[in-house]
Design a protein. Sequence first.
Length: 233
Amino acid sequence: MRLTVVGCSGSIPGPNSACSSYLLEREGFRLLLDAGTGSAGPLLRYTDPGALDAVFISHSHGDHSDDLFAIGYHKERFHPEAPPIPVYGPDTLRIWQHDADAELRRVPEALATTRIGPFTVRLAPVRHTRETWAIRVDDRFCYTADSEPCAELEELAAGCDVVLAEAAGFDAEPEKGHLSAGDAGRLATSASARLLVITHLRPWHDPVALLAEAAAHARCPVVAATPGLRLSL
């Protein structure tokens, strides 16, 4: 399984990154985790957006879902005869308007523990400002999406080798519905992770300082997500 960071900026795109979007590939199957603002452009470096095999959207905030529309355009323009792209997401998610382009599979009914292509996935509802789901893949990788610290997230991440966690700010400025960098480090420790990747890095924060705070609380190596970062999981 290979993870590619397509975009890692939080809330709005930054000068060097689109918003949250991550590509998982295994056995030729391409699963996109989130499609935040501006991510469809850099996604072209790694795959054809209209030929994705499935998309998972953690929640309906634009910095995680806006570029579904661009993916839909690619699907309609270049692959009109292909089957609809399955989009897994919450009830609040809006997708592009053409039924031929995508099929929304609502998370609460469609997914608890199941398979998406070759991936075994498990979801947990986490605590954000609207319905949000974190995802665990093959019991090796956990993506927190946006969430404040909660038992559901700790349980989902437990035992995963790699935790991809938002670091939306610092411990000194806690924000409802989000993990601080320190929270991300503590989550990695409670999960016994082997690697923490911090993401959702807001353009107005110093990524080096975020990395330092996360590393102060994590008992594993910590890296900051950057566009194009690729990991074998």
